[in-house]
Design a protein around this ligand. Structure first.
Ligand code: HAM
Length: 413
């Protein structure tokens, strides 16, 4: 009976194992991200996977779908209300404020990898535990930081061989111009037929109506006032310079006046990176500026901007690329007398930095060659009765089928 048919438990719905066959792709993502982070001068922050519920409720906004419906919240044994992070930005800001990481006259530039948790309806590209790479700059209010982050993202995609980004860009204004816009939006939407959720949002947080998936609400929103037409001079200037910088960098973008994003902390810049290859869940990354979040969490004035990439979605985009190479060597033990020399040889080759696979149970040459082929090994060391008698292993290169001899004498004593 195979192990699978004995399995009693399955993983939780929306939580996925990253199996060994997929692990090399994940490693590749992480290695590429770390390399880009080094070149752009970013440091790693490893933030905890849970925070006090308040951090997200205040940080993300009480009227967002995430806070209203999707958080994994529980009370711990000490009576504290805790939440598994649904995103990294609020917790990272909490850490930056707690440890004064953005002090010392230089903006803090941080990245963070890890699992996030949202109680959403699972589907292709949408999980309940998923992984993000977050990249954030703290303490730099200018549009240069926003542009540099988009350049970071483009460099990351290039590094992975993914080519051009498709960037949707908007500006959501700031506390100076948002109230005026908000009043115009409410005035417009009050006379329209909206879904019951949006009727409620209209008083709590009218910008959320722009993000509603309901067809009828989207219809109304298409004609609604737009943030871009109500920016104050500072926000307008910020957005214009950002666009100039992106154009100078050769980054293609599309201004998308209806883009609002699902989190309340955004001010000014908001963006999303989409891929047509992903189907319905087509956003591979999203981010923007959140100059008010530090204050919301009880800190001082700390402008910040950042983005997060959804790593499962990136893996989906990469999975049709060539598979990782297999081991450098496969040792085929074909006779019991070869076991000890094969062990010594394997240790020696590994000591030289080679990746070595082996089967220690003696088996037939045919079955061992089949195995080496399946593993994608570059060469097979054959260690049978004849080879032991001669003191020479036969080495076959699996691509060219060329055979050579390899001296076993150091391993025979
Ligand atoms: P977000 O748009 O909610 O933004 O998530 C960013 C990315 O995470 C999405 O574009 C998507 O690729 C991925 N993602 C989100 N939810 C799921 C899910 N349920 N399953 C799989 N992938 C998912 C944020 O989280 C912000 N904290 C981004 C940010 C950083 N803004 C400023 N700094």
């Amino acid at each position: 009976m195979g192990c699978a048919s004995m399995a009693k438990f399955a993983a939780i719905r929306g939580f996925k194992d990253i199996r060994p066959a997929q692990a090399p792709l994940w490693r590749r993502l992480e290695t590429a991200a770390r390399d880009v982070a080094r070149r752009y001068d970013f440091e790693e922050l490893r933030a905890p996977m849970a925070e006090r519920t308040e951090v997200f409720a205040r940080g993300l906004g009480e009227a967002t779908d995430i806070v209203e419906k999707e958080m994994y919240t529980f009370t711990d044994k000490g009576g504290e209300r805790l939440t598994l992070r649904p995103e990294a930005t609020a917790g990272m800001m909490r850490a930056v404020l707690e440890h004064n990481l953005a002090e010392g006259g230089r903006p803090a530039r941080l990245f963070c990898f890890g699992p996030m948790f949202r109680y959403e309806r699972p589907q292709k590209g949408r999980l309940r535990q998923f992984h993000q790479l977050d990249v954030e700059i703290y303490g730099d209010p200018g549009p240069g930081a926003d542009a540099e982050l988009l350049a970071w993202l483009a460099a990351f995609f290039r590094e992975l061989g993914l080519g051009e980004l498709s960037i949707s860009l908007n500006s959501l204004g700031c506390p100076a111009c948002r109230p005026g816009f908000r009043a115009r939006l409410v005035e417009f939407l009050t006379t329209r037929a909206l879904c019951p959720d949006c009727d409620r949002r209209l008083t709590l947080n009218p910008l959320r109506v722009m993000d509603c998936k309901n067809e009828a609400c989207q219809e109304q929103v298409r004609e609604a006032p737009r943030t871009l037409d109500h920016l104050c001079p500072d926000c307008y200037g910020h957005f214009e310079t950002l666009k100039t910088l992106l154009t100078a960098l050769g980054l293609d973008f599309k201004v998308e006046p209806l883009l609002v994003r699902g989190l309340d902390y955004y001010t000014r810049t908001a963006f999303e990176v989409l891929s047509g290859a992903l189907g319905a869940q087509n956003a591979v990354a999203g981010g923007g500026r959140y100059d008010g979040l530090a204050r919301e969490l009880g800190g001082g004035d700390l402008p910040a901007v950042g983005f997060a990439v959804g790593l499962e979605r990136l893996v989906m985009l990469l999975s049709d690329q060539a598979a990782e190479p297999g081991p450098d060597c496969y040792l085929a033990v074909l006779h019991p007398a070869a076991l000890v020399p094969a062990f010594k040889l394997a240790e020696d080759l590994r000591g030289q930095g080679l990746r070595v696979a082996a089967d220690w149970e003696p088996g037939s040459l045919k079955s061992r060659l089949k195995r080496a082929d399946k593993l994608g090994a570059a060469r097979v060391f054959m260690l049978g009765e004849d080879e032991m008698a001669r003191g020479q292993a036969t080495v076959r290169d699996l691509a060219s089928h060329e055979q050579t001899s390899f001296d076993l004498s150091p391993y025979l004593t």
